[in-house]
Design a protein around this ligand. Structure first.
Ligand code: PLP
Length: 394
């Protein structure tokens, strides 16, 4: 049986038209795009088309797109490049709620003596732009701020972030991995210097990413080898994956408005009905501006892992806002940065809908979830239930 998949921020299925577009490049057109003969050249042309389509998704020029191996590589490479191309500058500004692709690379840089400022967020997961203005220094090599948060869906004001950086002459990167295909992205309106994308969040396969590098901006390659990607990323291209990325980007652009309106209505129904049917539930993060597909909810007096197990038994996939490390449940760094108390954070779930989510699937969730929560609360140890009240804020 097909699962009810409400975890589209983790990954998405490959869309049928995307699979169709990529298959010929696995079956028949398997040549090397860098080869001089016609069999290779035609494949190079398919890469050009994919590059143009991917550029269109963010209103960039094709030559400003470099294909990479994943979103993580795009992000790591920008951080690497900013420091390598500005040797006198040893300061990076990011936020406390970024994906680990940014945070763990920053921790690695800190161990090499780079100073990192982690901008805080407020209780709704919002960024204070005055804190960004105050944090920029003469030795700041890069500002890296995500477009949309993967756990709460909260959107950051990237156009303003980019303008602040531009006024101060500091390069600006945004991790737009979760925003792509869900909200409009335009690098002319939000003038960032670098932007990271990942194909598998866009109904294309895993293991393909893209990096936008504004024309004229410095870039030091991260993977050094052949002269692929105009010398900006060594390594023979993942042709089928890149073709799939281009196809997915084109579909995402064409369907952006209709998909997001439909998905938003489904998400709002899911969220409102859970809040009204189950006592002791709160939304984590601002209601707006937020990705149209994401709802992050805390269930008082229960552990997210218990809910996820019981949902799994019903064939429903969702995700917890906590990371399980060495057997102990660590509250999510995003919720912690928002000041969400530990017990509330440990009871938080993320539902993320997608293009293939249906009203029937949401109804099924709404049918089983109240019973699951009631059962878990009944079995929760008393201290867990202390302080729980049916009239708790929603
Ligand atoms: N950035 C964000 C916000 C993400 O959600 C993810 C994936 O979960 C990534 C970066 C990493 O992308 P990839 O899985 O392609 O390395």
């Amino acid at each position: 049986m097909r699962p009810i998949y409400l975890d589209n921020n983790a990954t998405t299925p490959v869309a049928p038209e995307v699979l169709e577009a990529m298959l010929p490049f696995l079956r028949d057109n398997w040549g090397n795009p860098s080869s001089a003969y016609a069999f290779g050249h035609s494949i190079g042309m398919a890469l050009d088309t994919a590059r143009a389509r991917t550029a269109d998704l963010i209103n960039a020029e094709p030559r400003e797109i470099v294909f990479t191996g994943c979103g993580t590589e795009s992000i790591n490479s920008v951080l690497h490049s900013a420091l390598a191309t500005q040797p006198g500058k040893k300061h990076v500004i990011t936020t406390a709620v970024e994906h680990s692709a940014t945070l763990k690379y920053c921790a690695f840089l800190e161990r090499q003596g780079v100073d990192i400022t982690y901008l805080p967020v407020d209780g709704s997961g919002r960024l204070e732009l005055d804190q960004l203005r105050a944090a920029i220094r003469a030795e700041t090599a890069l500002v890296s701020v995500m477009w949309a948060n993967n756990e709460t869906g909260v959107l950051f004001p990237i156009a303003e972030v980019a303008e602040i950086c531009r006024a101060k002459g500091v390069p600006c990167h945004t991790d737009a991995v979760q925003a792509a295909g869900k909200v409009p992205l335009d690098v002319r309106l939000a003038p960032v210097d670098y932007l990271s994308l990942s194909a598998h969040k866009l109904y294309a396969p895993k293991g393909v990413g893209a990096l936008y590098i504004r024309r004229g901006v410095k870039y030091q390659p991260y993977l050094i080898g052949g002269s692929q990607e105009r010398g900006r990323r060594g390594g023979t291209e993942n042709v089928a994956g890149i073709v799939a990325f281009g196809q997915a980007a084109e579909v995402a652009r064409a369907k952006l408005e209709s998909d997001s309106a439909r998905i938003r209505a489904l998400r709002d129904k899911l969220e409102q009905q859970i809040l009204s049917a189950i006592p002791g539930v709160r939304r984590n993060g601002a209601a707006e501006p937020r990705l149209p597909n994401t709802a992050n909810l805390s269930f008082e007096g229960v552990e997210a892992e218990g809910i996820l197990l019981m949902l799994d038994q019903e064939g429903i996939c969702a995700s917890s806002g906590s990371a399980c490390t060495t057997g102990s449940l660590e509250p999510s760094h995003v919720l912690r940065a928002m000041g969400v108390p530990g017990d509330r954070a440990r009871g938080s779930l993320r539902f993320s809908l997608g293009r293939f989510s249906s009203a029937e699937e949401v109804d099924r969730l709404l049918q089983v979830l109240p019973g699951i929560i009631a059962k878990l609360r009944q079995y929760a140890p008393l201290p867990e239930r202390a302080g729980f009240s049916a009239t708790a804020a929603r």
